[in-house]
Design a protein around this ligand. Structure first.
Ligand code: ACO
Length: 339
């Protein structure tokens, strides 16, 4: 018998340190006005030095478990989506598993690297694992510590102002119902965008040594920092692909935009989401945002929206949610979830 998957519970954590746009103005040669007008961002959270991605992810998981909807022992698989892992390897999922005290249970931990689309990709994997009966309760984490790896000189301003730190967790479980839960997921990738979109080389395995760093020559240490060579192209692709894949999942389920209660788009730029919603014909009051508070938290944006807006009662069980993302790679995807 086919199994169905649903989002059982959620949790989140954002670091306490709030960094408003004005604090970035002088070092980056930018302004609050530019950042708000071009991106919608007012402030973001930064993790303290010494705090790793797995540390904030652990706090998000503990927040989720504190809601009492699932016991840690029931979780039988972990999918960790991030572009800012603790280490090059091993994966941050394993580091987190140990920090949570779960290592003795030896549950499998997948690290996935689909940037801003990481949560949608993770949701699709979890759906497939549950529907095939492979696992019963899958923990998906979207977590990022961007702030430790950004370029705080004017050279980096176009990227640095956009990103913030945060973590969110959800559990996907087996459902009895075939009419609720994760109705459909769709994901795409186009590797032509690999070095045209946002990317961080940091190391290049084709070189020896694989990392170039010269403290006496800071101007040439550009590979230490994320780059965004074609931001306008990225912007246009994001609007087009998010609208396209959202329409595709609706068509696959014989649903229309009128059926959607809430759109939860990835939070890269408030203008991207406004335009994508306009293309789709989704009214602005149905589109959820948290970019103004957190900036772009990459794999964490959608589960953060889910936890905040389900937590304050805006999203209710039974609501039809459209999740949609576009990110570096290029990667993109969408999901329809009867919450
Ligand atoms: N402060 C002040 N000026 C700036 C800043 C800044 N922080 N950053 C760039 N500028 C300047 C540029 O140098 C440029 O100056 P010029 O006209 O003299 O050359 C000017 O502002 C205009 O820059 P544009 O690139 O035209 O600005 P735009 O309106 O396109 O906004 C932005 C830039 C916010 C980056 C936008 O293009 C964007 O959001 N792009 C897409 C980002 C995205 O999709 N990310 C998703 C993937 S991220 C991921 O997956 C990790």
């Amino acid at each position: 018998m086919k199994q169905y998957a649903y989002i059982r519970t959620t949790g989140m954590y954002v670091p306490e340190t709030v960094v408003v746009n004005d604090e970035l103005a002088q070092p980056l040669d930018t302004s609050d006005e530019w950042i708000q007008k071009r991106s919608g961002i007012k402030e973001r959270r930064y993790a303290d030095v010494g705090v790793s991605n797995s540390d904030i992810a652990k706090l998000a998981v503990e927040n989720m478990l504190s809601k009492g909807e699932i016991a840690a022992e029931e979780i039988d698989c972990m999918i960790f989506a991030t572009l800012s892992p603790d280490y090059h390897f091993p994966g941050t999922g394993l580091v987190l598993q140990e920090k949570l005290g779960w290592a003795e249970r030896t549950i499998p931990c997948y690290d996935i690297r689909q940037q801003c689309s990481g949560f949608i990709y993770g949701l699709q994997m979890a759906q497939a694992f549950v529907e095939t009966g492979m696992y019963k309760n899958i923990l998906i984490i979207g977590s990022e510590v961007h702030s430790h790896a950004l370029d705080y000189s004017p050279r980096g301003r176009a990227v640095t102002v956009l990103f913030g730190d945060g973590a969110a967790a959800v559990v996907v479980s087996r459902s009895e119902s075939e009419t609720s839960g994760i109705l459909v997921t769709e994901t795409h990738g186009d590797g032509r965008g690999a070095l045209n979109g946002v990317h961080l080389k940091l190391f290049d395995i084709g070189k020896k040594p694989i990392i170039y760093y010269n403290p006496d020559d800071p101007d040439n240490n550009v590979e230490m920092y994320p780059e965004m060579p074609a931001s306008k192209n990225l912007f246009a692709n994001a609007v087009r692909r998010m609208a396209e894949v959202s329409m595709s999942v609706l068509n696959r389920m014989d649903l229309t935009v009128a059926d959607i209660d809430w759109m939860l788009p990835h939070q890269a730029n408030i203008r991207i989401n406004t335009l994508a919603a306009e293309h789709l014909g989704i009214p602005a009051h149905k589109v959820m945002f948290n970019i103004q508070k957190y900036g772009n938290t990459t794999a964490a944006t959608i589960p953060l929206l889910l936890d905040e807006f389900a937590g304050n009662g805006t999203i209710k069980r039974g609501d039809l949610l459209l999740l949609s993302a576009f990110g570096s790679g290029f990667t993109w995807g969408a999901a329809l979830v009867k919450y």
